[in-house]
Design a protein around this ligand. Sequence first.
Ligand code: DSN
Length: 407
Amino acid sequence: MRDRDVYKIISEESKRQANTLNLIASENYVSSDVLEALGSVFTNKYAEGYPRARYYAGGKNVDDIEELAKSRAMKLFRLSKAKWSVNVQPYSGSPANLAVLSALIPIGEKIMGMSLDAGGHLTHGHKASITGKLWEQTRYGVDRISEEIDYGELLNRALIERPKCIIAGGSAYSRIIDFSRMRTIADEINALLFIDMSHFAGLVAGGFYPSPFKYADVVMTTTHKTLRGPRAGVIFSRKEFSAAIDRSVFPGIQGGPHINQIAAIAVALKEAAAPSFKSYAKHVVENAKILANELDALGWKIISGGTDTHLFLVDTMSRGISGKTASDLLEGVGVVVNKNMIPFDERNPGDPSGIRIGTPAITTRGMKEKEMKIIAGIIDKTLVKKSRRPEIESQVKELCGKFTMKN
Ligand code: DSN
């Protein structure tokens, strides 16, 4: 690269990624093929519109790549073209969620999403998001004891509030969502069931999380979390909703699609269909369970007592350490996590009561049970035992050196 300033910063970031243990549940390491597609000449091309109906000339290859991405998306999740459609143009998850809601829910109506402290997402109607300004959010959460979704309370609230749409999914909920129950509740009030599978899409693809398609009207996913693709969003919808969603994505919210990103989605979807991805998804979940169990055995309170997925929350405040302090201490030794709200958190998102831990990235590096036990020890020693920092740092370095980033 001729621009030495940018090159230097990119090199530093490569080193940082190689030399730290990434436990951010929403991040991953993409393959060199995904990177190549992202950096391809498709970045030069404008292509407003949809395949075979563009507002720009010169779009033959663009049409081919978008159609390939769409057909791979349908195939990966075993969807029938007679019932489902897919849109691969959303720049990422937030515009995708906005596109779905603006296509299907009249402005000012009520939508129902999981509260942030229970593990929900801002774009499910939180007041800080445009979705909370255009629609009125009514929230559901988790039971105080089990810390799992309280479906009884969800039903009661739905019957009282009668939202037009119920959104399932979130950013920090570690348990399998009962889609069937949510479908029944949505049917009781004639609401749309919109499932945001961004976090667990890779687990669905690999067969380690139930598929939401049987129950949902619309399913959205980002492609960069467990799915291990580029940063982007994809919307699947039942046929009756797809024309409105397409219009909402373009020209409603977005302009020209990022074709290089769509090419990278196509690559990632093929990778996710390979047999090796099943084994990856299996290990992501196994690793998260082992890491959560180990931390639990070391005296850390794990929200809901464990996990069924790629992530879990740790209540660090129960041992007198705020989420921000925990995250800073861990980053200091090369372990990267999110500070995160926990259910019924009385602190604020800037310095909440817990941390979120996820295994997609370290599993991509090939780490398994033995390494999860070491990582649990590293976390414990860093947060509580105040062991000598150089010892911990060298353990992190050793793991990163042994399990290099493969792409
Ligand atoms: N910000 C993402 C996450 O970390 O979960 C979700 O959009």
